[in-house]
Design a protein around this ligand. Structure first.
Ligand SMILES: [Cu+2]
Length: 154
């Protein structure tokens, strides 16, 4: 919304300024895919770490503290036994848990027909979790009306 307003203002200016509008517009477009909304419990430390990890990696993250993460995740389409500790919404996709951002970015580029991705639970060594990695991470794709299927192993 803020970007739209900015664009409008610049459009009212001279031709030189309109050339600058184009650049503004492009920036707004690339920024849109990096805009994330994250739902987490207020007391979740590893969710906080994941938020910082996203921000450091170039995402804009709006944080919503809530004690209903499990229900919100379920409503978003992530089955109860497949959920991570927090839920991220990016555009039309949802990401549950500590999914490495390389995998998230891969999905955002490939634009598969999925509801989103999940890394169930809180595996050691995952981004935001810390500790030694004990096993490869299996990241699942959630599709409407289908069993979750492995999307990537990291
Ligand atoms: Cu966690």
């Amino acid at each position: 919304m803020k970007e739209l307003k900015m664009k409008k203002t610049v459009l009212n200016l001279s031709g030189v300024a309109i050339a600058a509008t184009f650049t503004f517009g492009m920036q707004a477009m690339s920024a849109t895919t990096n805009e994330a909304v994250l739902y987490k419990d207020p007391n979740c430390g590893c969710c906080e770490n994941y938020t910082n990890y996203m921000r450091t990696s170039g995402f804009t993250v709006e944080v919503n503290n809530t004690s209903d993460v499990a229900q919100i995740s379920l409503d978003a389409g992530i089955p109860e036994n497949m959920q991570g500790c927090h839920l991220v919404v990016i555009g039309n996709y949802v990401i549950s848990g500590h999914v490495p951002l390389e995998i998230v970015n891969k999905m955002l580029e490939e634009k598969p027909d999925v509801i989103g991705l999940t890394l169930p639970g809180m595996p050691m060594g995952a981004p935001g979790m810390g500790g030694p990695k004990e096993a490869p991470f299996e990241i699942y794709a959630i599709r409407d009306g289908q069993e979750p299927a492995v999307y990537a192993v990291d």
